[in-house]
Design a protein around this ligand. Sequence first.
Ligand code: AMP
Ligand code: ZN
Length: 118
Amino acid sequence: MFHVSGFMNNDVCIFCKIIKHEIPTDFIYEDERVVAFPDIKPSAPIHYLIVPKEHIQSIMYLKNNHQEIISKMIFTAKMLAEKLGLSGYKLIFNVGREGGQIIDHLHLHLLGGWDKKN
Ligand code: AMP
Ligand code: ZN
């Protein structure tokens, strides 16, 4: 059982279910702290989600002891971008409903793969 930060119980959280391998996905990366898998509705030719195994609701719910996991998420995105051969990309956190967040489990969007001339 992972620690829960935020109102949602991780038993009903779709990303917690993916992390626990209860919902199948094509993991591109997994270690003891984070996973990465493709976005089901990609907004770019390459669109992955980097997700901490700990259920944290969003950036708004971060506590001081989460500094390491945020850093880990960003370094994971950088490592994946290098592996994927991306020469440029976007990293996005949507925060809260007003910020476009629909899944209440912290995640970092890695977007790229556009035509290099654009
Ligand atoms: P956000 O708007 O930042 O909360 O983004 C949530 C993202 O999760 C959206 O881009 C969805 O397409 C994506 N998503 C929702 N359900 C799944 C799923 N089962 N597997 C992969 N991605 C998902
Ligand atoms: Zn969760």
